[in-house]
Design a binder for this molecule. Structure first.
Ligand code: G1P
Length: 294
């Protein structure tokens, strides 16, 4: 039998995006540009770089533009062809073939756990990657691929989440894990709690990447409302600690929280500086700004 590979990722993207109003009134916050690509495209690119071929967007009303973004834009491509804009044409053609995209509606805002549960019929009993579009991650090996490798290494049974240290005063914003080391990069999670308001068990936070075996769905079905009155993915993960077990992969790259205004601005600066055509003039602008303004 051939070895299993990561094929399906679920991207929960149904949130109202209140932190980005008024922008997010009409345009989904997942469509905010990081330089010239929407945040959700970086997620799709990480999924593809990790081996995935199918992506399910869990959306809500007025968020169709995300699906449109990955679709073939027939009229636009025809105009570009007529105008001999080969580079743009090639870029759009690659985008529409990047990954197979499907969407399902989360009809009620019942939380992240509920959003993932909406994906159940689509997964067909396969393990899934879950990628939160607010977390933009940068590392030599894509984070989702590292999670898959860890999932495979331990027999395709235990769940794996990406973990990263956060400042102690921010632990109340995250799922927080208490762990035992397996090796330098992998830990076994012994305790996990969503957004602890006091006494966080550590400062190791779940960042938005998960590799989940199919049993996640029966756990979610039995998970009641937790923090914020929502069905929390973290609470379903807590039910897996003993069996089949939950691992943490210690992510060492850079993370941007693009759902936060400061994180969004930082991501734009960092990604603009990585573009060869923008780097020199943008750096010159930043230097001048720092000299004249401060
Ligand atoms: C979600 C998860 C939380 C995780 C965080 C990472 O929270 O519920 O466990 O640590 O994403 O970004 P949210 O940011 O949606 O409130």
């Amino acid at each position: 039998m051939s070895k299993p590979t990561l094929s399906k990722v679920v991207v929960p993207a149904a949130g109202l995006g209140t932190r980005f109003l008024p922008f997010s009134k009409v345009v989904p916050k997942e469509m905010l540009p990081i330089v010239d690509k929407p945040a959700v495209q970086y997620i799709a690119e990480e999924a593809v770089a990790s081996g995935a071929t199918q992506m399910l967007l869990v959306t809500s009303r007025h968020k169709e533009s995300m699906e449109d973004h990955f679709d073939l834009a027939f009229e636009l491509e025809a105009v570009l062809r007529e105008r001999k804009k080969e580079r743009e044409l090639e870029m759009l053609s690659r985008l529409s073939q990047l990954i197979s995209v499907a969407a399902v509606r989360q009809q009620q805002p019942l939380g992240l756990g509920h959003a993932v549960l909406c994906a159940k019929p689509w997964t067909g009993g396969e393990p899934i990657g879950v990628m939160l579009p607010d977390d933009l991650l940068e590392a030599p090996t894509p984070c989702m691929q590292s999670l898959w490798e860890c999932f495979a290494r331990f027999g395709y049974a235990m769940g794996v989440v990406a973990l990263m240290e956060v400042p102690w005063e921010k632990t109340h914003q995250y799922g927080i894990a208490a762990v035992e080391h397996v090796d330098e990069n992998v830990v076994r999670i012994r305790h996990i709690v969503e957004k602890p308001q006091s006494n966080p068990p550590s400062n190791l936070a779940v960042i938005g990447r998960y590799m989940l075996p199919p049993c996640i769905f029966s756990e979610l079905e039995q998970t009641g409302r937790g923090a914020g009155g929502e069905i929390q993915l973290t609470d379903a993960l807590a039910r897996m600690l003993e069996a089949p077990g939950l691992l943490g992969y210690l992510f060492k790259g850079r993370r941007f929280d693009t759902g936060d205004k400061l994180g969004f601005l930082e991501a734009n600066v960092a990604f603009a500086l990585k573009r060869p055509e923008l780097r020199a003039p943008f750096l010159a602008y930043l230097r001048q700004l720092l000299e004249t303004e401060f």
